[in-house]
Design a protein around this ligand. Structure first.
Ligand code: SAM
Length: 241
């Protein structure tokens, strides 16, 4: 990583209240691995160092706002992790948390697995599959303390995919760009249908770049009816609200 890239990472993290100096070698290695893998398979549209540092690394770290991912032994599922975001940056700074990054695309999870191994992130257990399938599997349903997701789907869809996987009292932390009143309203109604309630809407701007972001937190306040999640593809094709 160039000195400029290091400075951007340090500044971005500092604006989030984090000091990542000690983890700089791991972020540098992750950058190298991502750039190398991306030259062979299309993993991410972001190609430049500053884009990867700010829009993948710092952006992922912003999921730590609110402190919902702090706690040794927390079990966190990352739905639609893609090339490992937000999981990989989060696992670098929170090695005491158990992350399960999930994606339906095998080549993406192959990258996440090899990167986690290379960085010695022993708390990361990557999984190929769909959230709808996991949500009906007794080994995964109601087994997670947190579900995170970044840039995956509209809030009503995320509620249906995420809530079945949470233990009672667990939290879905959805990172999104700016969110419309309509989406939020639909998300609140969907959350209610699947046993959740929106407890936090944290609108902020991304460090350095100033892009608008929102963290929406949904708490699992009651059981999710057995009929959810519906079968693969249905939550997207026919959102609850
Ligand atoms: N979270 C990553 C990020 O922020 O860079 C990737 C975002 S990408 C736009 C959305 C990813 O979600 C894709 O890799 C897709 O395969 C995955 N995805 C979408 N719906 C899914 C589902 N129901 N189950 C598992 N993965 C899903």
């Amino acid at each position: 990583m160039t000195p400029e890239g290091q400075a951007l990472l340090g500044q971005g993290a500092a604006e989030l209240g984090l000091n990542v100096e000690g983890q700089l070698p791991q972020f540098e290695q992750l950058l190298d691995l991502l750039v190398e893998a991306n030259s062979r398979v299309n993993l991410t549209a972001l190609k430049t160092e500053s884009d990867i540092v700010l829009k993948h690394f710092v952006d992922s770290l912003s999921c730590l706002r609110g402190g919902h991912l702090d706690g040794a032994g927390l079990r966190v599922l990352d739905i639609g992790t893609g090339a490992g975001f937000p999981t990989l940056p989060l696992a670098i700074v929170r090695p005491e948390v158990a992350f399960t990054p999930l994606d339906s695309i095998r080549k993406k999870i192959d990258f996440v697995r090899s990167a986690a191994e290379a960085l010695n992130l022993t708390g990361v257990t990557p999984l190929v599959g769909r959230a709808e399938t996991l949500g009906r599997d007794p080994e995964h349903r109601e087994r997670y303390d947190r579900v995170v997701c970044r840039a995956v789907a509209a809030l009503p869809i995320l509620a249906e995919l995420g809530l079945p996987l949470l233990k009672p009292g667990g939290l879905l932390v959805a990172q999104k760009g700016p969110i419309s009143e309509e989406e939020l309203h639909a998300g609140r109604r969907a959350a209610g249908e699947v046993g959740g309630g929106v407890t936090e809407v944290d609108a902020f701007t991304l460090p350095v770049l100033g892009d608008a972001r929102t963290l929406v937190v949904i708490e699992k306040v009651g059981p999710t009816p057995k009929k959810y999640p519906r079968r693969e593809g249905v939550p997207n094709a026919q959102p609850l609200f």
